[in-house]
Design a protein around this ligand. Structure first.
Ligand SMILES: [Cu+2]
Length: 348
């Protein structure tokens, strides 16, 4: 509401200034004074060049100190093609922006009213219309073609052998599920969900669920160079899996399964070296306003080597085993053998 009032106030000030300027011109005209002031016009023309220079310096400073035009290097293959497309768009639109802004201010200076000759005026030019319609149309068609190519690749089926990880949003955190050694995620039904021992509603009649691993804080463990397909869902309202470092995002919609796939190309360690930040971590954010705790829907992504990933997987206990210790008791900690100096036991 206050924003609307501000806009109205600014508009009102412009109307008042315009009316004041018109009134003073009319008074001058009635009094027989010359409205056109050559000296003042010259100052205005030069000030156009000054405004242009200040405008350009301002843009450069914004880029330098406030918001760089380009994000840090993308950490996925799809992200790299997205960045390529973004760069092309920035270069094309940037060049046109610089050229048109320069011409706008330069013409205001060059064609300032001097009173020596009447300004040239024309109503229509077919040639000009054709030029300024055809060139942007071709440029837009090229950008759309590149965009569509990337979009079809990203939304296509994940390649065979891709890791599958389920990512489920809820107010207010992410839950990730990994298929166990069988490599297949079991079925789940929302009616089975309970926060005590079945946070994703896994169907225990489905044997494929028995080895599934659930990470309640939504941590994503990915392997460098290995395609990963995220199977996305929601337990309550619409969320959105945002993976800005990988330039990926996809809505998490209750009742509908959505998917994205990509291939991470830098491990977390490599990215720490690239950014010069030893504390760098990839993050998942929620990119859809989903309630009062929306801001806290952050999860960590760890990109590691296959060997590191295998070690991590080995340490995980299936969600079923965690919640049914009586059926599948955890392996007892190996106790160190007592030191016995009297006899040696040999295995045959
Ligand atoms: Cu959210």
């Amino acid at each position: 509401m206050s924003g609307l009032l501000l806009v109205l106030l600014v508009a009102l000030i412009f109307v008042v200034l315009y009316q004041v300027a018109r009134s003073s011109e009319m008074i001058a005209s009635i009094q027989g004074e010359e409205i056109f002031d050559k000296k003042r016009n010259k100052i205005l023309a030069y000030s156009m060049l000054v405004v242009y220079a200040a405008f350009m310096i301002g843009i450069y400073c914004c880029h330098l100190y406030m918001m760089p035009l380009m994000a840090p290097e993308a950490a996925s293959d799809h992200g790299q093609s997205y960045d390529f497309m973004f760069k092309i768009t920035i270069y094309v639109t940037g060049a046109i922006f610089l050229l048109t802004q320069f011409l706008l201010f330069w013409f205001a200076f060059k064609y300032q009213r001097t009173g020596d000759k009447a300004p040239f005026h024309f109503v229509h030019s077919t040639k000009l219309e054709l030029v300024w319609t055809t060139i942007p149309a071709i440029a837009m068609a090229v950008l759309v073609a590149i965009g569509l190519k990337s979009w079809f690749t990203m939304t296509d089926m994940a390649p065979k052998g891709a890791m599958q990880i389920e990512m489920v949003g809820k107010q207010f955190n992410w839950i990730s599920r990994y298929p166990g050694p069988d490599g297949v995620l079991g079925k789940r039904y929302f009616t089975n969900i309970n926060d005590k021992d079945n946070i994703l509603g896994l169907d225990w009649k489905d044997q494929k669920n028995m080895d599934d691993i659930i990470v309640p804080n939504g941590e994503l463990r990915l392997v460098k160079g290995k395609p990963v397909e995220l199977i996305i869902g929601s337990r309550d309202v619409i969320h959105d899996v945002g993976l800005s470092h990988f330039r990926m995002k996809m809505d998490a919609v209750p009742g509908i399964t959505t998917r994205i796939w990509f291939t991470p190309i830098f491990t977390t360690r490599e990215m720490q070296e690239k950014t010069g930040n030893p504390n760098f971590v990839y993050e998942v954010s929620c990119d859809q306003m989903c309630g009062k705790g929306h801001y806290s829907m952050r999860a960590v992504v760890i990109v590691e080597t296959q060997a590191e990933h295998n070690i991590w997987l080995k340490k995980q206990q299936s969600y079923y085993a965690q919640n049914h210790p009586e059926v599948n008791p955890p392996a007892a900690e190996p106790t160190p053998a007592p030191k016995d100096t009297t006899k040696q036991i040999t295995m045959k």
